[in-house]
Design a protein around this ligand. Structure first.
Ligand SMILES: CC(C)(COP(=O)(O)OP(=O)(O)OC[C@H]1O[C@@H](n2cnc3c(N)ncnc32)[C@H](O)[C@@H]1OP(=O)(O)O)[C@@H](O)C(=O)NCCC(=O)NCCS
Length: 210
């Protein structure tokens, strides 16, 4: 229902859209051409444990343990369901068969005006445009329903695929810094990107960034 509302909303001009709700914190199911983004649930645990137990993923994100066990997966799903992770956490699933492929999410920053986007996808599914498609759906939902000014994204300087996703979403480079990596047990250099509301409005339907 909410997803249908979000789809309908895409046909309106920015001026006609309902004003974003300052107090909104729910995470509606999101539909895109090939994907359903929804809350993680217990049936995802096996696929999650299997796909996330991959150093090529863990070393590129900040807080994923490695090795990644079935207990880690069950704990993640429990915390996501209980809202304990403190952000909008989505399972990225394939619309045609419901297959679990990875996760993405938005985390509010301290200023109350910024969300940080994160994502990972199981290696068998890489390079099909799925993460870019999921990110577009997340970003649209965030700017349409939240009173935010911008969305940030960070990737390791060595992460070519993630940088490409970020660029395909219209984010602009802000600078560089260091971020902790649980899997590597230390700090790693990252690039910091930002997509502000004005740029998102000008991008509209993503036609130029795919
Ligand atoms: C980053 C990640 C989520 C990308 O997922 P994905 O679904 O493969 O992404 P997409 O298919 O939407 O886009 C990937 C882009 O990177 C490009 N790419 C990937 N590897 C590349 C390489 N070695 N050199 C050049 N381009 C590369 C792809 O060609 C594609 O660009 P294109 O559509 O212009 O051809 C996935 O690789 C992943 O989970 N990596 C590990 C975890 C991670 O890095 N998470 C992000 C932390 S910031």
């Amino acid at each position: 229902m909410q997803a249908e509302l979000l789809r309908e909303d895409q046909s309106r001009s920015p001026e006609e859209r309902p004003r974003p709700d300052r107090s909104r914190s729910d995470c509606p199911v999101l539909l895109s051409q090939r994907l359903v983004l929804r809350k993680p649930h217990d049936e995802d645990i096996d696929a999650l444990a299997n796909l996330a137990n991959n150093a090529n993923i863990a070393t590129m994100v900040s807080r994923m343990p490695h090795p990644y066990t079935a207990k880690d997966a069950a704990d993640f799903v429990r915390r996501a369901k209980a809202g304990e992770i403190g952000k909008c956490v989505y399972a990225i699933t394939r619309m045609e068969n419901g297959e679990f492929m990875g996760c993405c999410g938005l985390e509010p920053q301290e200023d109350g005006k910024t969300l940080e986007m994160g994502y990972w996808l199981g290696e068998p599914y890489w390079n099909n445009g799925y993460t870019t498609e999921a990110a577009h759906a997340l970003i649209d939902m965030a700017f349409r329903t939240r009173d935010i000014d911008q969305i940030d994204a960070r990737c390791r300087v060595t992460n070519i695929a993630s940088r490409r996703v970020i660029q395909k979403c219209g984010f602009q480079l802000q600078g560089s810094g260091m971020v902790g990596s649980l899997a590597l047990g230390g700090m790693v250099p990252v690039e910091w990107y930002r997509l502000d509301r004005k740029t998102w409005v000008s991008l509209r339907s993503w036609g130029d960034t795919r």
